[in-house]
Design a protein around this ligand. Structure first.
Ligand code: IPE
Ligand code: IPE
Ligand code: MG
Length: 244
């Protein structure tokens, strides 16, 4: 049975969706194409997802675009991914800005190619006052790297007496992460069927709901997002308690 927009809107929406956009390479292979062709169509699927999210009125999206482990891939593939970041920004920045999207890179973007670094920095600066949708793009991102980075920053602040050890709690720790001030993801979507988290948002997903589909990312459609949200809306989030 297909869910309708009215049915979705009648129930509480997730505030924040995080997506592991996986399966571009397999999509390309299944069509006899180069891996980069899959990444290219994957970018289009991302654009459609942002439009669909806006239609649902969801205000936070985090997407995994390049992990700290993805440097293991061939130079050609890494170069192509860097190029696609710049292409995506050049092509979509005005649209994103008009829609009130705040582009917020998360991860160590200083290690990206200079062109990718410049375009993502430009997008961040240009959209920094937008608040309709916060769009976190994980680039050279690793969950463990993020936690270590936060721990170091906290130590620095303790060392210079800006912070007392007694003041360190979960809320304070969260405020040192890239996602400071944002709600944790309610729903994590992973395409292409892998049953793993691949170092994504380790801290923030402590109580997220998971929705995993065999659909490969370039084939991911609005209807799939709707299905994920619908199933999320019908789950019982107990947070360790008991059903109401
Ligand atoms: C996800 O697709 C995109 C990135 C990791 C950049 P993959 O490239 O991982 O596709 P598969 O998993 O090889 O099919
Ligand atoms: C996770 O996908 C990273 C991104 C989607 C950017 P991978 O394809 O890199 O993850 P593994 O290798 O299947 O764990
Ligand atoms: Mg993959």
């Amino acid at each position: 049975m297909k869910v309708t927009l009215d049915e979705l809107k009648a129930k509480p929406m997730p505030q924040h969706i995080a997506i592991i956009m996986d399966g571009n390479g397999r999509w390309a292979k299944s069509k006899g194409l180069m891996r980069v062709a899959g990444h290219r169509v994957g970018v289009q699927a991302l654009k459609n997802t942002i439009i669909a999210l806006d239609e649902l009125g969801i205000g936070h999206l985090t997407v995994y675009a390049f992990s700290t482990e993805n440097w293991k891939r061939s130079k050609d593939e890494v170069d192509a991914l860097m190029e696609l970041i710049t292409e995506f920004i050049n092509k979509e920045i005005d649209y994103l800005d008009e829609k009130g999207v705040r582009v917020n890179p998360i991860g160590d973007i200083s290690a990206l190619s200079p062109k990718a670094f410049d375009s993502i920095s430009y997008a961040k600066e240009k959209t920094k006052h937008n608040s309709h949708i916060v769009f976190n793009v994980a680039l050279n991102y690793g969950g463990r790297q993020e936690i270590v980075r936060a721990a170091k920053a906290i130590c620095e602040d303790v060392k210079r007496d800006a912070l007392q050890i007694e003041d360190i709690d979960e809320a304070l720790f969260s405020s040192y992460l890239y996602t400071a001030g944002q709600p944790d993801p309610d729903l994590v979507i992973r395409s292409s069927g892998e049953l793993r988290i691949s170092n994504f948002l380790l801290w923030q997903i402590a109580y997220s709901e998971f929705w995993i589909t065999n659909i490969l990312w370039p084939d991911f459609k609005k209807e799939d997002l709707w299905q994920a949200v619908w199933e999320y809306q019908n789950r019982d989030r107990r947070y360790g308690g008991v059903s109401k």
